[in-house]
Design a protein around this ligand. Structure first.
Ligand SMILES: Cc1ncc(COP(=O)(O)O)c(C=O)c1O
Length: 385
């Protein structure tokens, strides 16, 4: 018998970002604005808690859902920050990053051929996670509506195969987030249908204007909503792999089986570090946000000076200008910006076809790096005139 692989896995595309990154090695002097993780260290006390756990031999398995002390701390955190009520015993699972939380949800809810509506441009991981679990991503185009999904466009995509919608605000790659007023018509539309809401709010602590509102805070849909969260961005802990999944008890008991058979539990030293992050370091994102805001204002101002059309981001650490007017694909634009201009940023087309015509710039970099990059970019754009 020939050695065949799962065709679904074989058909998965290599990430568009990866194709672009492969070119970076040839341009070591380029200023790199492609990375999507905080450029700050994990807070000292959080690191110490992880080290102490290892020193004290806290290195075994935990309860499958995570240490109860951590789940209690997480329940308190989400109540305090976003007014959400979740039962630490039955409605919270500690996962290996937000990524595993997303995978566990989709494994639990999807049947072959089920459709998942995804406002796009969106994070590169979503399509593959949905497809690996037998689902079909149905992209909701936000590129002509200010990078915000509208209720009318959502309604038009609902079919009898729709199983879920996957939101991500604040958004990677756009930096856009929704106000409660913008969310209300979407919630109203969702409440007319019977499908799940999966909301990846991994950047919620990186909200610069106003308060973050969670989709889980709407009573009309809370009973069918899974909230995906984590400490990767808020506490600069990407490598610790600390995520949370919060959802209604009746569904979470089934998600827990998926998590248990797939991962057993999250890393124990990381769980102790996470307790410290949530108990004594809730202020950490605020300090990072002061820097992000200064950088955002700087980059936004420079892009406007360059004559680019750009939505001012209100969260995360990305900015997503339109480069459509230059008459090239975003891949061509990013490649030439790299080769001729000496700046690396990710082509919008890496974030689904609805990202075509845009460029994703990460501003999780120091001010001198951003200054250098903006100077170079402005100079290069002048050569196109
Ligand atoms: C929108 C979004 N969701 C999830 C992730 C992955 O998060 P984690 O490191 O917690 O798995 C990222 C990472 O860039 C992201 O941008």
């Amino acid at each position: 018998m020939p050695l065949t692989l799962n065709p679904r896995t074989q058909a998965l595309p290599v990430s568009g970002i990866r194709q672009f990154f492969n070119q970076l090695v040839d341009y070591p002097d380029a200023v790199n604005l492609t990375i999507g993780q905080p450029d700050f260290p994990t807070p000292e006390a959080v690191k110490q808690a992880g080290k102490d756990a290892i020193t004290n031999n806290m290195t075994g398995y935990s309860h499958n859902a995570g240490l109860i002390e951590l789940r209690i701390e997480a329940a308190d955190f989400f109540k305090d920050r976003y007014g959400l009520d979740y039962n630490a015993q039955t409605e919270i699972i500690v996962t290996n990053g937000a990524t595993e939380a997303l995978d566990a949800v989709f494994r639990t809810i999807l049947e072959p051929g089920d459709e998942v509506i995804v406002p796009s441009p969106c994070y590169t991981g979503y399509g593959p996670i949905i497809e690996m679990n037998g689902g079909k991503p149905v992209l909701l185009d936000t590129s002509h509506t200010g990078l915000v999904p509208t209720a009318e466009n959502l309604k038009a995509l609902v079919t009898n195969k729709t199983k879920a919608i996957l939101f991500n605000f604040p958004s990677n790659p756009t930096g856009v987030t929704l106000t409660r007023e913008q969310m209300a018509p979407l919630v109203e539309e969702l409440s007319q249908h019977d499908f799940f809401v999966v909301t990846d709010e991994i950047y919620s602590e990186n909200t610069f204007e106003g308060e973050h509102t969670s989709f889980a805070s709407f009573d009309e849909i809370k009973d069918r909503t899974f909230l995906v969260q984590g400490l990767s961005k808020s506490h600069s802990m990407t490598g610790w792999r600390m995520g949370f999944l919060l959802g209604p008890e009746g569904f979470m008991q089934h998600v827990l089986k998926v998590h248990m058979y797939n991962a057993v539990c999250a890393s124990l030293p990381s769980q102790y570090a996470a307790i410290e992050a949530l108990k004594n370091n809730r202020h950490a994102p605020e300090e990072m946000n002061r820097a992000y805001k200064e950088r955002r204002d700087f980059v936004y101002g420079k892009l406007l000076d360059m004559g680019l059309d750009v939505v001012k981001p209100r969260g995360a650490f990305y900015i997503f200008p339109s480069v459509e007017k230059y008459g090239m694909t975003s891949f061509e634009f990013a490649t030439r910006l790299l080769k001729e201009g000496g700046v690396a940023a990710v082509p919008g087309s890496a974030f689904t076809p609805f990202g075509e015509g845009f460029l994703r710039i990460s501003y999780a970099y120091s001010m001198p790096t951003l200054q250098k990059a903006m100077d170079r970019m402005a100079k290069w754009l002048k050569t196109l005139e």
